[in-house]
Design a protein around this ligand. Structure first.
Ligand SMILES: [Zn+2]
Length: 94
């Protein structure tokens, strides 16, 4: 019985290590890993519901399409773009 338990623990540890390595290998944030411009987020029910830390994105410039890590501070709403600047900051100073 102890042997089965040890084998199950080692298998679970392998799965955890592989999952962590794959997660760390994914590009982070909304910038394209090839051209560096901000990519458009794609809606994906699987990632939105089961893996909210990941997000599918598409680069409009080079066509790269893949899964990225969601940058910190971004919610689950539409897009990760920053809020628009306030009207006061758009008025040029005389
Ligand atoms: Zn690109």
């Amino acid at each position: 019985m102890l042997v089965v338990l040890v084998l199950l623990v080692t298998v679970a540890m392998r799965v955890a290590i592989v999952t962590a390595v794959v997660y760390l290998l994914l590009p982070r944030g909304p910038l394209c890993p090839h051209c560096g411009i901000e990519m458009a987020p794609l809606r994906n029910r699987f990632f939105d519901r089961l893996l909210p830390a990941l997000q599918r994105r598409w680069c409009l410039e080079c066509g790269w399409d893949g899964v990225v890590r969601r940058a910190r501070g971004s919610g689950l709403g539409a897009g990760d773009s920053e809020p628009p600047p306030s009207p006061e900051s758009l008025v040029p100073n005389p």
